[in-house]
Ligand binder design. Structure first.
Ligand code: SF4
Length: 408
């Protein structure tokens, strides 16, 4: 795989050494067992796959290179580069400014832009409408486009489905930048609608079966369907694509359910279901699959708690938390300082979007076993910081440097 020039401050020598050793021992990525870091009183199991993915490294490389190569020019990011607070703060410190917040609300009006400005398109991609507006100002977006190729792959897949005459159902978070971009690209080719979860899919299915009057659709799915969408006409032939970072099991369940609904509604069989339901695999990216499978592998190890590190608006990180939460107490933090001390952690609840303080999060036990992973936009240096801080609460632990020798 291509390598990228990512600031050294985001790397962790310890984690790079672990990843290198694991990769060399398992080139085909078949082993999803975690890596043990035994500090004595605390034992850390690190997931087999976590941290910066291809798309994130690509975006960071392009963004920092753009800053270096364009001194004196105004450089804007359409919105957050990736969903990681440290990376975004570093870009702001380098003089880059955001044009919009993550929900698409303007921070700098487009009217203030000139053709001399540079606008970086983030890894999630952007909508055709925004691309057009920037081009109309004279800003050439191709050169500074960090859209991940795995997101573009979803756009290509939806185009293929559209060409065969299917409408497109997008399983994704309706307000997430990537889903907004995918929706825009899909809607240019075919009637499109976004479902955020199984609950919404069950409701959508009622319009396919006729259980709900068509007129209710337009209120119920407001803001989630393409212009001119005709619920009676446009749900007769469908295909499903996904935001690349959804939970694999959710995505599979939604596609399977819609397929069954089409079979029942139109009296189809396995052999002719394709006439109504496009035969596609999910469009989750490799990083989402690897990181979720690695968490499942990590959860086979008996442990006392899990710590998941990543930005609080990171979709892929929240799904890793979701998987861990099903098995054991899990704390979602975005930096080491959230481990306030041996007794107290300041962590995020992504279900309701609030931060909490929890006391006695580290059970009185020796050795204590902690599972750790991170999202695809989290620097390994942040994960190492979390490990260092955790270990510092256990007097008599081996040092990180001592434990690192086994991976040298
Ligand atoms: S999570 Fe997947 S789609 Fe998103 S930037 Fe990374 S590789 Fe690309």
């Amino acid at each position: 795989m291509k390598t990228f020039d990512v600031p050294i401050a985001y790397r962790s020598p310890l984690i790079s050494a672990i990843k290198k050793q694991r990769k060399e021992a398992d080139r085909m990525k078949k082993d999803f067992t975690p890596t043990l870091l035994d500090f004595g009183p605390v034992r850390v199991y690190l997931a087999r796959h976590f941290g910066f993915c291809y798309g994130v490294e690509n975006a960071i490389d392009i963004a920092f290179r753009t800053v270096v190569e364009n001194e004196g020019k105004r450089i804007f990011l359409l919105s957050e580069m990736i969903h990681n607070p440290q990376v975004n703060a570093d870009l702001l410190a380098a003089g880059v400014r955001f044009l919009q917040d993550t929900k698409g609300n303007p921070i700098v009006p487009f009217e203030d832009l000139t053709s001399d400005d540079i606008v970086l398109i983030p890894a999630f991609g952007t909508t055709l409408e925004i691309d057009k507006r920037l081009n109309a100002i004279g800003i050439r977006t191709e050169q500074y486009n960090t859209t991940c190729p795995f997101v573009e792959k979803v756009w290509n897949r939806s185009e293929g489905i559209a060409q065969k005459g299917y409408s497109i159902i997008i399983h994704g978070k309706p307000k997430h930048e990537e889903t907004r971009a995918t929706f825009s690209h899909a809607a240019k080719d075919a009637p499109s609608v976004v479902v955020k979860d199984m609950q919404q899919t069950l409701e959508l299915a009622k319009y396919i079966t006729g259980e709900k009057p068509a007129s209710e659709f337009y209120t119920e799915f407001k803001g989630q369907f393409s212009e001119g969408f005709d619920v009676e006409r446009d749900l007769q032939r469908i295909g499903v694509v996904n935001q690349t970072t959804m939970l694999a099991s959710d995505t599979q369940a939604i596609a399977d359910y819609l397929r069954d609904v089409m079979i029942a509604r139109y009296g189809l069989t396995d052999s002719d279901v394709r006439t109504r339901f496009a035969d596609t695999r999910d469009t989750l990216c490799y990083a989402t699959n690897d990181n979720q499978t690695a968490v499942q592998g990590m959860l086979q190890t008996p442990a006392d708690l899990a710590i998941v590190v990543g930005g609080y608006n990171s979709s892929n990180t929240s799904h890793l938390v979701e998987l861990c939460e099903e098995a054991l107490p899990t704390y979602y933090i975005n930096e080491e300082s959230k481990l306030l001390n041996r007794n107290t952690v300041h962590h995020y609840n992504f279900h309701n979007g609030t931060e909490h303080i929890t006391e006695n999060y580290l059970p009185e036990k020796e050795p204590l076993t902690v599972l750790i992973t991170s999202g695809a936009s989290c620097p390994d240096a942040v994960v190492e910081g979390v490990i260092r801080r955790l270990v510092s609460f256990f007097p008599g632990s081996k040092s990180i440097e001592d434990v690192a020798t086994q991976f040298a």
